[in-house]
Each structure stands twice: as structure tokens, then as C-alpha cells.
Ligand binder design. Structure first.
Ligand code: HEC
Length: 279
């Protein structure tokens, strides 16, 4: 007698799940190799600026150092905002973060006026009066907004850039060139502080002599160490501007971790209490 199974389940088809496919394994290997390469590169300190052969220097900066940020802000408005704007940043926010009163900011950091000729308000964005047309006319390129440059270029790039100007008569517009940004349209705006550097050439190869270093041929008003401090402060300020809540984020991160450790301790003692009669 044949038995009919009504509604019998269909036999289960067992499909063997393929083990990690070989091309996937390759992908993992590739990722691991890439991570290793990046780590080696960073550790060897040989990160170079794109388009140039200069090893970038790291400034010793600390975004928790308000004094350095205040000096950097002052130098930035004095030396850079004639050409560059930073109008993602408000003066009032700066006062708050850098521990300055609004009067401090009004008296020491605001040199610009608004459209009606009134001094710029503390709540305004850090803009300047240069129009894009004028910028293009004067420099060939519009001086970029610097509010986020510390993110796009990195602090090492900015610091080394400000250190690497040298006299180059072949550049007829500004008379200077830069090792990090060859052919830059920006003049050496800190020449009074740094002085003038001239290139030191190495052995001739392939018909040209490579520049192996720069030497200070005409000192400025600051010693080389003081100049490094000045540009480190400016770089620090630019790093703050590009990420104003970094300090807050770190503080909150630490508080959250402490809270979690506290919670762990409570959860653990509670668990011990619950289980002590069971086992
Ligand atoms: C006289 C006008 C002028 C002043 C003052 C000036 N810059 Fe510039 N800057 C320029 C111009 C023009 C460029 C664009 C250069 C180019 O792309 O060739 C530039 C480019 C830059 C760049 C590269 C930005 C990028 O991502 O390409 C940085 C960084 C910079 N300036 C920083 C500064 C700092 C810091 C100061 C103040 C110490 C300053 N500049 C003062 C005109 C100026």
C-alpha cells in the first residue's frame, strides 16, 4: 500500500555554504598589506607633500593650549586675513572657545568692517573685504578660504609650507618660491619675521641641481626658533578652526568612558549578588 504523505515537508536541500571564496581571501590580504604600508609610512616619518620631494615637519602643537591658540588667532587676523577669509568661523565662537571676552575680540582681533562701514560685529563670520575678482586680478588665483585647510592639507603641510619660502628670481610675480608648494601664487607674507631664505644646491644630476635645503641669508625680526613658534601657533589656530569641537569631543569621550567603567563595576557586583545562591 502506498502511503501518501499529505503536506509532507519537502526534503531539505542541504547546500554547502562555500568557504570564503579565494578572491575574498585576496581582498583581505590586500587590505592588510595596505594598512601595513600606511603604518610603516607614518612611522618612518617620511610622509611627503604631494608634488614635491620635501619631507613634512610636524609642529609641536596642542589644541588644549589656549595661550597658543590666542597668539595664533592674533597672528592669523594680522597676517593672513588681508587676503584669506575663514568664514565658517564666527568671532563670538572664537571668544567662547579661546577663553576671551567679547571686548578682547573686538579690540584685538577685529580689523574689518562690514558693508556699511561699521566695525564687524562679534557675532559675524570671519570674512574679509577682498572680492574674488580682486583676488584673481592680484594673484591669478583667489586666496582660498582657510577655515578647513588644516583638514584638507593637514597641519604638517601648513607648518612646513610656512617654513619653506625661498628667494627665487625666476618667479617674476612674487620673487619667491616654496619647496612644499612649488610655484605658489602666495607671497612670503611673513618675510619681516622670518627674513629671507636661499636654496642650498646638491650635486648636479640630469642637468639640474636639486635643492637639498634652505639657509637663512637675511635674518628677520625673529630668531629661527621664535619663527617656528609663531607658525606653530598659526597652524594650531588653523587646526582648531578646522575642528572647533575637538577638545569638547575628547572631554566628553573621557567622561563617557569613566561612566561606562562605573557602570561595569555596578553591573559586575550586581551579577555576583544575583548568582551567589545559584552556584
Ligand atoms: C597677500 C595675500 C596673502 C596673504 C596675506 C596670505 N596668503 Fe595664503 N595664499 C594666498 C594666495 C594667492 C594663495 C593661493 C596660492 C596658490 O594656489 O598658488 C594662498 C594659499 C595659501 C595656502 C594653501 C591653501 C591650499 O589649500 O591650497 C595656505 C595654507 C595659506 N595660503 C596660508 C596662509 C597663512 C597661514 C597666511 C598668514 C600667515 C597667509 N596665507 C597669508 C595669498 C595670501
Amino acid at each position: 500500500m502506498s502511503r501518501k504523505y499529505k503536506g509532507s515537508p519537502r526534503p531539505l536541500k542541504v547546500v554547502a555554504k562555500p568557504a570564503t571564496r579565494p578572491d575574498q581571501r585576496h581582498l583581505w590580504l590586500l587590505i592588510a598589506a595596505a594598512v601595513l604600508a600606511v603604518i610603516t609610512l607614518i612611522q618612518s616619518g617620511q610622509v611627503r607633500a604631494a608634488g614635491s620631494s620635501v619631507a613634512l615637519e610636524s609642529p609641536r602643537i596642542d589644541q588644549g593650549n589656549q595661550k597658543s591658540l590666542q597668539r595664533g588667532a592674533q597672528a592669523f587676523v594680522n597676517h593672513c586675513m588681508g587676503c584669506h577669509s575663514a568664514d565658517y568661523q564666527r568671532y563670538s565662537r572664537l571668544a567662547q572657545d579661546l577663553g576671551l571676552s567679547e571686548d578682547d575680540v573686538r579690540d584685538n582681533l577685529i580689523f574689518t568692517t562690514d558693508e556699511s562701514g561699521e566695525p564687524t560685529k562679534v557675532g559675524a563670520l570671519m570674512d574679509n573685504a577682498m572680492t574674488t575678482d580682486y583676488g584673481r586680478q592680484a594673484f591669478g588665483v583667489v586666496p582660498p578660504n582657510l577655515a578647513l585647510t588644516a583638514r584638507s592639507r593637514g597641519v604638517d603641510w601648513i607648518y612646513t609650507y610656512l617654513k619653506s619660502y625661498y628667494v627665487d628670481p625666476s618667479i617674476t610675480t612674487t620673487g619667491v618660491n616654496n619647496l612644499v608648494y612649488p610655484g605658489t601664487a602666495m607671497p612670503h607674507v611673513l618675510w619681516q619675521e622670518q627674513g629671507w631664505q636661499t636654496p642650498v644646491y646638491g650635486e648636479e644630476s640630469h642637468g639640474s641641481k636639486p635643492i637639498t635645503g634652505l639657509e637663512l641669508s637675511e635674518p628677520g625680526s625673529l630668531s629661527p626658533d621664535e619663527y617656528d613658534d609663531l607658525i606653530a601657533d598659526i597652524t594650531n589656530f588653523m587646526a582648531y578652526m578646522a575642528d572647533p569641537i575637538k577638545q569638547t569631543r575628547h572631554r566628553v569621550g573621557i567622561i563617557v568612558l569613566l561612566f561606562l567603567f562605573g557602570l561595569l563595576a555596578i553591573a559586575y557586583t550586581l551579577k555576583k549578588e544575583y548568582w551567589k545562591d545559584v552556584v
